[in-house]
Design a protein around this ligand. Structure first.
Ligand code: PLP
Length: 219
């Protein structure tokens, strides 16, 4: 069933939109089914959970970090993840840079945008993003490849549209600046309930959990 659902989703998505399977709390067996269905990117929220799964699954897919990173987990995270979508502070950026330099790695990152300026959420506020990108672009061992946002918790996808549109505007504006060491290539937004709206608003990467893994999820 997981394999079929991934197939359906991949057929539905425009060819310019990348699919990330959000795999937190999903088993290795479930993730392997998703990979068999065509998933190329696995998104995990927690370093330790990803580490255990990586041991069993290996690098037949890319590993992206989707969750908030604590400083004491950065070293391990740099070893595990091909890309970090949830970079949300200069302090963590500096730590990633330091650890990546030790491993001689260039770590691709997305800057997380707290698009609804919610107290309980991580990420840079919309009007802080440009400055954050300028600062983070100075780190030699990081490469900014895009933006990621969650948007507010909301019952309806339509309520998220203005936040997705606002994030797209920031994305475009920064892209047009052509800053050195910044490649605004990916805009990661949209989850199972909201990915269609996110794509209409300009997302070219969506992160789906329940739409792939849950039998009870009616898309
Ligand atoms: C869980 C999660 C998703 C997927 O959520 P679904 O509603 O299950 O599609 C996407 N992005 C992040 C950051 C998540 O934590």
């Amino acid at each position: 069933m997981i394999e079929e659902r991934v197939g359906e989703i991949l057929r539905e998505l425009p060819s310019t939109v990348e699919l990330v399977a959000a795999t937190k709390s999903r088993s290795v067996a479930e993730i392997l089914e998703a990979i068999a269905g065509g998933v190329k990117i696995i998104g995990e929220n927690y370093v330790q959970e990803a580490e255990e799964k990586l041991k069993q699954i290996g690098r037949c897919a890319q590993w992206h970090l989707l969750g908030h990173l604590q400083k004491n987990k950065v070293k391990k995270a740099v070893e595990i993840f091909d890309l970090m979508q949830s970079l949300d502070s200069l302090e963590i950026a500096a730590e990633i840079d330091k650890r990546a330099s030790g491993l001689n790695r260039l770590v691709p990152v997305f800057i997380e945008v707290n698009s609804a300026a919610e107290k309980q959420k991580f990420g840079f506020l919309p009007d802080e993003v440009e400055e954050a990108v300028r600062e983070i672009s100075k780190f030699k061992n990081l490469k900014i490849m895009g933006l990621m946002t969650l948007g507010p918790d909301s019952k309806s996808a339509q309520d998220l549209r203005p936040y997705f549109q606002a994030t797209y505007k920031i994305f475009q504006r920064i892209k047009e600046m052509s800053l050195s060491n910044v490649q605004m290539r990916y805009l990661s937004m949209g989850m199972s309930d909201s990915y269609r709206v996110a794509i209409e608003a300009g997302a070219n990467m969506v992160r789906l959990g329940r739409a792939i893994f849950s039998d009870r999820y009616g898309r």
